[in-house]
Ligand binder design. Sequence first.
Ligand SMILES: [Zn+2]
Length: 150
Amino acid sequence: MPTIEGNAAYIPIKDFPTKIQRCLDLLQNKAPGYTIYLNLYVTKVRAARASGANFADKAIDIAKATFDSSDTWVASVLVHEAVHFWQYKSGKYKASKADEQEANVQQLATLRLIGAPENEITHMQKQDGGHADLDGDGKYTEKDYKKRKY
Ligand SMILES: [Zn+2]
């Protein structure tokens, strides 16, 4: 399991480890098969300005807006980002819509396994893989990353 690293600049330091640990435990208990990439590739989950997979630091970054969602949603985001690590490690990650769709499929399966509320499952089913591509140019780039607030 990854370690948990708070950052008071983004999320109150007392809240972050408690909730992230709860989410990791939820995955471990109800969807252990979906923790494989987390355990293999991710060294830490840390509070940050924007959510995403930071390959250089082997970290999953969690922003305040994501953190403030339900436990089931945050847990599913951890799996989503871990899938990007697997894509990256296997040399096929292109920050493309297809990469997002693949991560979304695993995220949806995770939501179902961990007993997420219906509205989260419905929301996930509506994603077409373009969520990270805020400027709509078909690529998830640094430019999009800087526009993200979630
Ligand atoms: Zn993604």
